[in-house]
Ligand binder design. Structure first.
Ligand code: PMP
Length: 493
């Protein structure tokens, strides 16, 4: 272990892990877990490789905007590198890649420009190129930038050589998107470990390299339209609709291409998690599926290494998690019902005497404070709230969206904790409204109830009437169902 000067120094040096339950007995099957990179994918390597190469060449000036077309992981890696180094980043990405990816890039400060799914990978590429030309931005060009392959030659490949120095490596199995991993690693293995077979996996319905059909290119060398064999597939990050320059250049190193079915990719990704405790994405499952095909025909004692390009966490919204429910299964319900506590189908047991909460008495000061707050004509909308309660947050979101100005009195906030001022106000409210629950919302001194009462009042328009009566402005055009502001777990089942 070491301390690092910055996060970028933690890129690479990912672990190679042996599989036990998933590996056939006659071979030694290993995976290289690229999810150990700081942003969870192999593309962190490319991001630092391409950016630092451009800095060295003077192609990227301090503060210049970086732009790139990406299926997500490159954008996430670039977003990390650009955040650290202070470059603005614009990413173009087809709308069909997972939502997690977009949100992560935006969280890291990047701008994400979506492109129509129908225009596939080449659509997002053309958009990035156009933006770079129009605005004078630095285009990372991952599909043809030699720095992409080079970073794998200088990091991924030597790591593999070192890790298998004693064991020897018979098969190295990968997929390809840009072909950066493939070209960069394969050429080093061919030189320093010539007996290692280079195995390239492709979606079975979308064999591009395996087809032998070359990619059509325009005068500038850019792909001229989709490859004729391309079909949509679910291995996000693999085989775009064209053969990238770097992948094409790796063709001579390839000993075997292996077609992988989508169902096998999903199954292997799930099996990795279930049987080995390794959480990898769909392309990792696909690479393992290819590795298992190789293993089935491999000589006894063969060593096989499969690349796992990213983490499974990037696919929560995708078909990989289709069978994983957010609700309890029958089996889980049975476990819940097998003991008496904390169940949904039985009321909580009455508190034992010693556990009864102390009754808080309303104080005259708290009485006066509540009176003053709800009678304040300068702010007729008052919500007595808890700072992080999700019902309170739903009301806040709805009020903000409807342009309703309000005062939130947060009874459990630091300001209200001293001397249990919040508890005393709550006791006063209980005396006034008879309600124990929070939030409690008042408009012009009139109690309208809690969160769902406010939402219902909006729906039957009595809330709007009350707002008008008290001269409170709001957005007349606000038409969203207020219930949609509740967090998912609070939606009625
Ligand atoms: N799997 C995933 C999930 C990816 O994001 C990528 C990169 N597009 C790859 C595999 C392929 O890696 P490479 O671009 O180096 O060929």
């Amino acid at each position: 272990m070491a301390t690092y000067d910055d996060i970028l120094q933690t890129i690479g040096r990912t672990p190679v892990v042996r599989l036990h339950r998933l590996a056939p007995e006659h071979v030694e099957l290993y995976v290289k877990v690229e999810a150990f990179n700081p942003m969870g994918s192999v593309k962190d390597r490319l991001a630092i490789g391409v950016i630092e190469d451009a800095e060295r060449r003077g192609d990227l000036k301090p503060g210049q905007t970086v732009v790139e077309a990406t299926s997500g992981n490159t954008g996430i890696g670039l977003a990390m590198v650009c955040a650290r180094k202070g470059y603005p980043l614009v990413v173009t990405m087809a709308e069909n890649f997972s939502v997690e990816r977009r949100k992560m890039m935006r969280f890291l400060g990047a701008k994400v420009v979506l492109t129509p799914a129908a225009q596939k990978g080449s659509g997002m590429l053309a958009k990035a190129r156009e933006l770079a030309e129009t605005h004078g931005w630095f285009l990372a060009r991952q599909f043809e930038n030699e720095a992409n392959a080079d970073i794998h030659s200088t990091t991924t490949a030597p790591e593999i050589l070192a890790d298998f120095a004693d064991l020897g490596l018979d098969y190295w199995v990968t997929g390809f998107g840009t072909g950066g991993t493939l070209k960069g690693v394969a050429r080093v293995l061919k030189e320093h470990s010539p007996s290692t077979q280079i195995v390239v996996c492709e979606p079975d319905n979308s064999g591009l390299l395996g087809s032998g059909i070359p990619q059509a290119r325009d005068e500038a060398g850019q792909p001229a339209g989709s490859h004729p064999n391309f079909r949509p597939h679910l291995m996000q990050g693999w085989s775009p609709d064209f053969i990238a320059r770097l992948a094409e250049e790796a063709a001579d190193y390839i000993d075997m291409t292996v077609p992988v079915a989508g169902d096998d990719a999903l199954r292997c990704s799930r099996q990795l998690a279930l049987q080995e405790g390794i959480f990898a994405g769909i392309s990792g499952g696909a690479t393992l599926a290819g590795g298992l095909q190789v293993a089935a025909q491999a000589e006894p004692g063969a060593t096989i290494l499969c690349m796992l390009p990213d983490t499974g966490e990037r696919y929560l919204s995708t078909t990989l998690f289709d069978d994983v429910s957010a609700d309890m299964s029958e089996e889980e319900l049975d476990i819940s019902r097998s003991t008496p506590l904390a169940r949904f189908d039985a009321p909580p047991p009455p508190p034992k005497d010693g556990e009864k909460p102390k009754v808080v008495e309303p104080t005259p000061a708290a009485e006066a404070e509540v009176e003053e707050l709800i009678a304040d004509t300068a702010q007729p909308v008052v919500m007595f709230a808890l700072e992080w309660c999700e019902f309170c947050w739903s009301v806040r979101k709805m009020f903000a969206a409807a342009g309703i100005d309000y005062r939130s009195v947060d009874l459990d906030s630091v300001a209200y904790q001293a001397g249990n001022r919040g508890g005393q106000i709550r006791a006063v409210l209980k005396g006034h409204t008879g309600w124990d629950t929070i939030p409690q919302i008042f408009i012009g001194g009139e109690f309208i109830g809690g969160c769902t009462d406010a939402f219902d009042a909006w729906k039957d328009e009595s809330l709007q009437e009350l707002l008008k009566k008290n001269d409170v402005e709001f957005d007349q055009g606000f038409a969203r169902d207020p219930y949609s502001f509740l967090p998912a777990w609070l939606h009625p089942r």
